[in-house]
Design a binder for this molecule. Structure first.
Ligand code: ADE
Length: 418
């Protein structure tokens, strides 16, 4: 079996950390037990392009337990946990191609190594795998019956591909499941982003002005957690409804032009390009910290920052100090790549439990239903989403009420009023 990891000797450490994650992923554990018995993925090859973390390792185990042949590469050059990659290759015998800090050329060569498996199902996070497939020869995608997509950015790219009529196979948008984005994007990104910023800088959040660019589910999560740490929160948003919501959630809302002069810590989570630009860096306070937790490293105009600077040095792991010509210093975290995975460990296992249960069950759904699916982007079926919520509650020992027959009847009637 071929693989490419940084250091195979890290496997033991990886195995212990994977065990820790597995202990916190009870829903996926239930899926694994059923998959082991029923073998729903038997004979299928799955090509996965995901952040290579302990939680992803647990998902890979589940797919393998279900009979799949699994190949894995990283969905971001900085998000691999090298000990996990080593353990996957050693203990799980998974063909894994990922090294933390790999350059763009190696990143794409790893995607291609995974695609050489001629997969039946793709499992993507950000749509780089699907995009590579769509630029490859038909030989690569001949066997594919469907795929899944983990993140908002990937779903946006795939919808664009589908709307041009160019998507070559059906995709299930795992991100859009309620048990995914309401928890992973909000609580996962919220906690892991603050974790990444703090691990990289060890700065005190209390009393500092945290500027959150984007008030989608990720932005809401980051703002909520930073507020919990007693920061002053400033939200940047282009959507009037979201801006209004942020205002009524108790945050200050303003333009990035205004916020640039005030912020101590900046976080972008918009999914769009050049959100903080050269003209904004030029007016920032001395010592401002800039980071991104969106999928791609395009939200900060790093070339613009470079142009403004006369000196650049690495002052700590994941912290680049830029000395501007105006004498001020700006600190860029994690090369502008998603800071929660670059400097921390990504979302905690408890939320990835639900995201990855959606992944595993969507792969099974594709296996059973691909003949009836068109080349389009689909939602995770409602019953899968509901079932994951039920299992998660039960794993947490939480019981909820059920409607009485009288209540059910009332909800489906119109006669009774005041
Ligand atoms: N995306 C965000 N956090 C993650 C994690 N812990 N594992 C895999 N993908 C992630």
């Amino acid at each position: 079996m071929k693989f490419d990891v940084k250091d195979i000797k890290l496997a033991h450490k990886g195995a212990l950390r994977i065990e820790w994650a597995r202990n916190n992923m009870p829903v996926l554990g239930l899926v694994a037990a059923r998959f082991k018995k029923e073998q729903p993925l038997k004979g299928l090859t799955v090509a996965a392009c995901l952040h290579v973390t302990t939680e992803t390792a647990v998902l890979m185990e589940v797919l393998k337990a279900g009979g799949a042949n699994v190949y894995l590469c990283a969905s971001n050059p900085l998000s691999t946990q090298d000990d996990v990659a080593a353990s996957l290759a050693t203990h799980l015998k998974i063909a894994v191609f990922s090294i933390k800090g790999e350059n763009t050329k190696t990143y794409y060569s790893h995607l291609k190594a995974v695609l050489a498996s001629k997969p039946h199902i793709t499992m993507d996070d950000g749509a780089d795998l699907v995009s590579t497939i769509h630029q490859a020869s038909p030989e690569v995608y001949r066997n594919i019956i469907g795929g899944t997509e983990e993140t908002t950015t990937g779903v946006i790219r795939l919808r664009a591909l589908a709307s041009e009529g160019k998507l070559r196979y059906p995709i299930i948008a795992v991100n859009d499941a309620q048990t995914k984005h309401l928890f992973d994007n909000r609580y996962g990104t919220g906690q892991s982003t603050m974790d990444g910023i703090i691990r990289a800088t060890n700065k005190l959040v209390a009393g500092s002005a945290v500027v959150v660019c984007g008030y989608g589910w990720c932005g809401r999560g980051v703002a909520m957690r930073a507020k919990g740490m007693a920061a002053r929160i400033i939200v940047i948003e282009v959507d009037p409804l979201r801006a209004l919501e942020a205002t009524m959630d108790g945050y200050e809302v303003m333009t990035i032009k205004e916020a640039a002069k005030i912020g101590d810590i900046f976080v972008t989570v918009t999914g769009d390009i050049n959100v903080i630009r050269k003209e904004h860096f030029a007016t920032m306070k001395d010592g401002a910290i800039v980071s991104n937790s969106g999928h791609f490293n395009v939200e900060l105009d790093i070339p613009g920052l470079e142009k403004l600077s006369r000196l650049k040095r690495r002052i700590r792991d994941y912290v680049e100090e830029y000395t501007l010509r105006n004498g001020r210093k700006i600190y860029l975290l994690g090369e502008g790549r998603l800071i929660n995975l670059a400097a921390a460990e990504g979302h905690p296992a408890q939320v990835m439990d639900m995201s990855f249960a959606n992944q595993a069950l969507s792969a099974e759904y594709i296996k059973h239903h691909y003949r009836n699916l068109e080349n389009n982007v689909y939602k995770v079926p409602e019953d899968i989403d509901q079932n994951i919520a039920k299992l998660k509650l039960s794993s947490m020992g939480i019981k909820i009420d059920v409607l009485t027959p009288e209540q059910k009847k009332y909800l489906s009637s119109w006669e009774m009023g005041t």
